[in-house]
Design a protein around this ligand. Structure first.
Ligand code: AHR
Length: 515
């Protein structure tokens, strides 16, 4: 029988009472009975050759008046280092399955040009290629996660790319890497075998893809110090059959991870997704319903994976997630969208879901880091803005590689037009120094909710924290008002005996530290 982590606490949930003499209340119980670590790789990022993600984002014109190394923008690097991004996925996305790595090595002036057919039909000059990407990862202090081309590339092409990157032999391809300025192997270990093979990556069936995966993976070799974690192109949202077929046909020895892509579309309609900045409460509510769908997706895909892989050797890698709205005017094909307090609530909620499923979800990537979809950073020439989503990743970095603490929540509903969602979601962890971190999101835009937390098997004396909120859900940071939404110290949490009482402001994200 599965042990209930809450029974040993002898905890009785004191539902909806005590703490506050006003307003809405709930309870949160936290157990320390866990052997799971929240992988830092849940906090990963994605940078595709799309719009101004790479060109005009990470990789800028030589003349742009910002600090650079080569053409890599260092103010962006510094900002991302601060939030400790653990990995960066590249070069796509859909772009990955039409990318030929040889086009992006050697002298920049001799590199061929291509048309980026997926994203705006722009000319790709290949000035940002393998060496530039790995230089960027080196500056960021993060792991590279490369998506190889299955859709339009050959087995030999992928196999040689890995050899070029990771081998130290005397083969011609390795000598070429050395000649191109990198004598030592790069030791790339995260490797995607195609992207969205059910769609832009080749419109395949799962049966066909899983056979192809085995073929490509067989020639994707390990080199000394660089054992590859091969990640299969996984399901689109709730395509559970895709997961079933891949898990049945591919052994856990061959596949370290299966990816999952799911985007939050505010209206639920891909044809008219909804604005990033102009939405009413009804649309906010439907956005959050669609965001919370991630819980169901992760639960159901994990259950299928459990059937074939009960020891959880294969990770569920949610390597594209986030809100996808209509682009800002004039940005068709480049997916540039603003980022509001609503986006921050989505980020906090989704990261709570991942933390709470960290036994299976061991890697993820927000789409995308700079100037694309739910970005961490927006730029306009030399100007740069940290989005509300960036601040959530800053708050949540304390959970990286910390011990996952199981939680049990009992909270009021947030209701619009007779439809309900739980108003609060949360996750908790304990770091190597024994400090406990609790992240709470209040999705209710009207009510402060008082949460009483039972922590009877945790010794702690003080509580401090940070909060992210703003007057309106539609509030954004702009190039004129870059700091409108920013982190503040949180003073709404108190120790009451061995309980913690938190007054969680409406539409807020709070991370607490107990020590
Ligand atoms: O992130 C934008 C696109 O969304 C990616 O290229 C693709 O994989 C997904 O459909």
């Amino acid at each position: 029988m599965k042990k209930n982590p809450f029974l040993h606490l002898g905890v009785i949930a004191l539902s909806l009472l005590s703490s506050a003499s006003f307003g809405q209340t709930g309870t949160l119980n936290i157990s320390t009975d866990s052997k799971t670590t929240i992988s830092k790789h849940i906090y990963g990022q994605f940078a595709e050759h799309l719009g101004r993600g790479i060109y005009g984002g990470f990789w800028v014109d030589k003349t742009l008046p910002v600090k650079k190394q080569d053409r890599i923008r260092l103010d962006i690097v510094d900002a991302l280092k601060k939030i400790k991004i653990p990995n960066l996925r590249w070069p796509g996305g859909c772009f990955a399955d039409e990318y030929h790595w040889r086009d992006g090595i050697g002298p920049a002036t001799a590199r061929p040009r291509m048309v980026n057919t997926n994203w705006g039909g722009v000319t790709e000059d290949n000035s940002f290629g393998t060496h530039e990407f790995l230089e960027l990862c080196d500056l960021l202090g993060c792991e590279p996660y490369i998506a190889g081309n299955v859709g339009s590339g050959t087995v030999d092409e992928m196999s040689k790319w890995i050899e070029y990157l990771n081998s130290n032999s005397s083969s011609t391809v390795v000598q070429e890497r050395k000649k191109n300025g990198h004598p030592a192997p790069y030791k790339v270990t995260f490797w995607g075998v195609g992207n969205e093979s059910w769609g832009c990556g080749g419109n395949m069936t799962p049966e066909y893809y899983s056979d192809l995966f085995k073929r490509y993976a067989s020639f994707a070799k390990d080199y000394p110090g660089a054992k590859l974690n091969k990640i299969a192109s996984g399901p689109n949202a709730d395509d559970y059959r895709w997961t079933e077929v891949c898990m049945k046909n591919i052994s856990s020895g061959m596949m370290a991870g299966l990816s999952l892509h799911y985007y939050t579309i505010p209206t639920g309609n891909w044809g008219k997704k909804g604005s990033a900045t102009n939405f009413d409460e009804k649309e906010y509510f439907s956005t959050m319903v669609n965001c919370l769908k991630m819980e169901e997706l992760v639960t159901k895909h994990s259950a299928i994976m459990d059937k074939y892989d009960p020891d959880k050797k294969v990770a569920l890698v949610v390597d594209e997630w986030g809100i996808w709205t209509d682009p800002e005017p004039g940005n068709w094909g480049v997916l540039y969208q603003q980022n509001s307090l609503r986006d921050a609530l989505i980020a906090g909620t989704t990261l709570n879901i991942f933390n709470n499923h960290s036994d299976r979800v061991r890697m993820a990537a927000l789409a995308q880091a700079i100037n694309v979809l739910q970005a961490l950073i927006l730029t306009d020439k030399e100007k740069m803005v940290l989005t509300p989503t960036y601040h959530v990743f800053d708050m949540y970095k304390v959970h990286q590689d910390a011990k996952y603490l199981p939680i049990k929540l009992s909270v009021p509903d947030y209701e619009v037009d007779g439809k309900k969602i739980e108003a609060v979601n949360a996750s908790a962890s304990q770091d190597a120094a024994g400090k406990v971190h609790i992240s709470l999101v209040n999705l209710d835009p009207h009510n402060t909710i008082t949460i009483t937390t039972n922590l009877s098997d945790i010794k702690w004396q003080t509580v401090s924290g940070q909060v992210l909120t703003s007057a309106k859900l539609t509030d954004i940071n702009t190039f004129k008002d870059a700091n409108k939404i920013h982190l503040n110290a949180f003073t709404g949490a108190k120790k009451d005996g061995d309980k913690l009482v938190v007054n969680l402001p409406a539409k807020s994200i709070v991370t607490l530290e107990l020590k």
